[in-house]
Design a protein. Structure first.
Length: 97
């Protein structure tokens, strides 16, 4: 089974969480040790992954299938306007034979 691709919202929220949580943890801890910086980075990546996975994914919409109808419908009646006549009663627009 193929894994679904991440949505734009998942990528955006996850990336933003990693960046902001890394900056916040580094500023609040005021650490300069390489071990602590790497620990902060791993924790921030974990938070970003958690946020990206909890963003709701859109549900696929059902596809409508066009099936030919089995019922035979009568064509709708078409009304025809009466032909225009002149004063003498002859039909206008009819060519002389």
């Amino acid at each position: 089974m193929a894994m679904p691709r991440p949505t734009v919202a998942q990528l955006a929220y996850g990336s933003l969480t990693v960046i902001l949580s890394t900056a916040a943890m580094l500023l609040l801890s005021q650490t300069s040790s390489g071990v602590w910086i790497s620990l902060v980075a791993v924790v921030a990546l974990g938070l970003g992954l958690l946020v990206a996975m909890t963003v709701p994914t859109p549900r696929p919409r059902p596809v409508a299938v066009d099936q030919p109808s089995t019922a035979t419908a009568d064509p709708a009646p078409v009304s025809v306007a009466p032909r225009a006549t002149d004063r003498t009663g002859e039909t206008i627009g009819r060519h002389a034979a």
